[in-house]
Design a protein around this ligand. Sequence first.
Ligand code: AMP
Ligand code: MN
Ligand code: MN
Length: 322
Amino acid sequence: MSYDAAAVALGDAASIVITTHINPDGDGIGSGLALLLALAKPGKRVRFLCPSTVASLYGFLPRFAELRPILDEAQAAAEDPCDVMISCDAGDLQRLGAVTKVRHGRLINLDHHVTNTRFGHINLVDEAAESSGVVVEKLLRRLGVPLDRAIAECLYTTIVFDTGRFMHSNTTAHTFRWTAELLETGIDASEINRRLTYTKSPKDLAIVKLALEHLAIDDDPRLAGIVLTAAAIAAVGEPEDWGDLVEIPRSLAGNRVAYLMREAKDGKSVRVSLRSNPPIEVGAVAQAFGGGGHAYAAGCTVVKPLAEAVAEVRARLRKQLA
Ligand code: AMP
Ligand code: MN
Ligand code: MN
């Protein structure tokens, strides 16, 4: 049983590093902070290290101030080693960036992506889990840590984020039962929803405007998306958090596959976000370009000039639609 192995490894460890994927989101941050709260015990040193800077919108979560970015190998090398590293919500080792260079003993891979490569010594990968937070909660049971309000606030953030506020196809009867248990700890769900949703700066809204201006509806609304050049992004200014712009093309009536493609500053690569509605899957498309994710929500970085990347990804998506 991996859960038992993970509980033993975490129980025995004097020093633990928690981490999540680059450009961390509500699931990765919420999962990691829930673990940070649960594992804190006298005599144990627990750190939460992130491979990128973290969007300040998550600042309302308990112990958020303890999150530290590790942006390069020099920073990683300067960190004290740890007995156990636990990764939350990352499908493969590359997603952990420079944090993997922090010297560590056993690596626990806690995740729910279908494309997870089982890169840990211990793998807690539950593809049926709506969020990594659901996997965290199972582990907390093995550790004998009861849910409290602070932990529930973090876990609630994971489920709201990864189900798209209970809208995506991963939302099930279990989701609502599980969420009800979180609410029973006394959390203010409505306040958390507001903190996660109504937090846009004027610059964030300028990016939404830019995205709307670049909305491309192909031959029919089944395939729609947004392509942003580095120059267009620079003119507005890079937002702190890219949010869910890919929901704009997805919101078109009749849309089946939606994409957002953003050219990197140096023009050498393109960051791609893909969304689809069942039964059409985009996970395999992201994987074909070296990325991954879930069946209906996936992403990748294509190391090619913008025009080439857009043409190739769109050709693949059209094939997927056919
Ligand atoms: P995004 O479009 O960035 O919101 O990502 C959608 C889903 O795909 C999330 O679950 C991500 O964790 C996953 N994902 C995004 N990019 C990658 C990548 N390069 N490799 C693996 N998984 C990814
Ligand atoms: Mn994530
Ligand atoms: Mn997730």
